[in-house]
Design a protein. Structure first.
Length: 216
């Protein structure tokens, strides 16, 4: 049996996985795909198709009654409406992630918040994509004025919202009713953070090394 190893440990003998060659394969509206030839352990090579994604932010907006703001939106790849968190792409060049989170909370939920913390960072599908998401916890929420509200377009035109008690949201996640990955992560992380009095959360401007360099 091997000795226990800390999660942050990096073994000294890790293979470098150098990229021998790289070429573009597809350039879409939001994502790009590139084809890498990567050096593998033992001297061989293997092709890896990588989806380049600008990254995204999500927000767990928690009110004074421990309710989470959820949004219901149509997602075409799965051909269903899903319950999610307010969220958005980092598709504005040079925009800081926290500014994007403020914008998305206002646009999708009509809310602003006084207290922001980094809740959790995640890599959604690192076996095929560099997509990184940062989920914030926003507390001290209040509605914005009618003149500041955003008129949704496309799928967002039919978006609906609901305030869900945090414990109920956790039950919905575990029951399989909430499937969106960012929502699953955000709801469960918030429940854990609440159990610690939110004492271990990082500041809203904490470094984010995994943020894609091609964001925007």
């Amino acid at each position: 049996m091997t000795a226990d190893r800390q999660v942050a440990d990096q073994p000294a003998d890790t293979h470098a996985f150098r990229v021998r060659s790289s070429e573009p394969a597809y350039d879409g509206k939001i994502i790009r795909v590139r084809r890498d030839i990567v050096a593998m352990p033992g001297g061989g090579e293997s092709q890896r198709d990588v989806v380049e994604h600008p990254g995204a932010v999500g927000i767990v907006a928690l009110d004074d009654d421990d309710r989470v703001l959820m949004v219901r939106q149509y997602r075409h790849p799965v051909r269903r409406h899903l319950w999610e968190l307010p969220a958005g792409l980092l598709d504005v060049a040079g925009e800081p992630p926290l500014d994007a989170a403020h914008r998305e909370l206002a646009e999708e939920a009509g809310l602003r918040a006084r207290d922001w913390r980094v809740l959790v960072d995640a890599l959604n599908s690192p076996g095929m994509s560099d997509e990184a998401v940062r989920i914030y916890l926003a507390r001290g929420v209040e509605e914005i004025g009618a003149d500041e509200r955003h008129n949704g377009e496309d799928e967002e035109a039919e978006m609906t919202t609901a305030w869900v008690p945090l414990d109920e949201a956790v039950r919905r996640v575990l029951a399989g009713d909430v499937e969106n990955g960012m929502a699953v992560i955000g709801v469960l992380a918030t429940a854990w953070a609440r159990s610690t009095g939110y004492a271990e959360l990082r500041p809203a401007d904490a470094p984010w090394p995994a943020k894609p360099s091609h964001a925007g």
